[in-house]
Design a protein around this ligand. Sequence first.
Ligand code: NAD
Length: 417
Amino acid sequence: MPAHFNPFQIAQQQLDEAAARLELAPALHAFLREPMQEVAFTLPVMMDDGSYEVFQGFRIQYNTARGPAKGGIRFHADETVDTVRALAAWMTWKTSLMDLPLGGGKGGVVCDPRSLSPSEIERLSRGYMRKIAHLVGPEEDVPAPDVYTNPQIMAWMLDEYEAITGRHQPGVITGKPVHLFGSQGRSDATARGGMYTVREAAQALGINFEGAAVAIQGYGNAGQYAHKLGCELLGLKTVAISDSRGGIYNPHGIDYAAASAWKQRTGSLAGFKDADALTNAELLELPVAILFPAALEAVITAENAPRIQARVIAELANGPTTPEADQILYDKGVFVIPDFLCNAGGVTVSYFEQVQNAYNFYWPLAEVHARLDAIMTKAFREVHEMAQARQVHNRLAAYLVAVARVAEAVVTRGWVR
Ligand code: NAD
């Protein structure tokens, strides 16, 4: 992300445009522009050599008018309070757009987990949960994984929470391993939900994407499963993939099994045979039908948007496109499936996980997929209809649907009139 971009200012700018179009009352608009509650704390952790390091942690509950706060925990060296605020705001609009009975939140720790050992990450994760245990719970705030956090970390955090409260409460956190009260289908849910929205976009645009070339930026949970499911569900041909160290390109296609095994074995994509090296910046500008940003924020800007050649941008990452780039892409006729629609499969199956935890009764995989498809498809159609009715780009349309629902809940509760 370029240094001068502040994700929270971008999130507020996006909200402002929706608030103006929805003609929200000034106090209501002001209320929705800020998080309802946020905590910041120091997090001392013992390293394996007995020394201590002090990390900075956050948990932000952006809005709970429609239900408990919901949102992931990110471990990243570039994390800032404004990144967490932005991600918490986007979670609020995401759960609303999916019409889930949840609000929005987010958490994070400023750290580079790649430089920490597994036992150091465990102590950091347990320490983080000790700091937020009084704020979270199935009926208050339910964290989940995000960048550089995973099911094992969710399991440690669950265990710590249950040790503190003395009660079995698996619904306090989602994205857990399936054998420890997770949901079937959670691991690939973000990419799968994204593929359902791409399928709907193809239908709306009247384009057959079978065999079409695609590029994926980011090769973690969202990006790797996009590679796999793009091929399995839609017959897409992935020609370029990347991670934090750079990317690889082969116009004839990159095999998922071989690339993911290489990444698993070597820790990066560099050196993968049968492909040329390219930079993350070059990947975004390739002549592909569909571009999947699946890494970090603000990678598509006013600077590179004019050179983007993709017909569809399916935003698996949160906040990859700046508002200025949005307008350029819209004017160019690029069909953007905005982040809080495209990547909402993750939180939707996290919600299913919460429901299953509450009932202590678990669904088969086919049921998860069918319910996810129904929710993603309905949300896509609502956004598409709004975009056409108001003649606005898809992101603004998604905001109009989502913000109106949150605003209605805030007003009906009597918080702001
Ligand atoms: P992850 O930790 O599994 O993977 C992140 C990937 O991004 C890694 O491959 C890493 O190498 C790459 N990366 C990091 N910095 C990069 C950089 N500067 N340039 C290019 N690549 C870089 O994380 P994830 O869960 O796949 O999350 C990726 C994006 O998807 C984030 O924006 C996240 O908020 C969003 N998202 C994830 C989920 C989910 O369920 N995992 C749900 C919704 C949205």
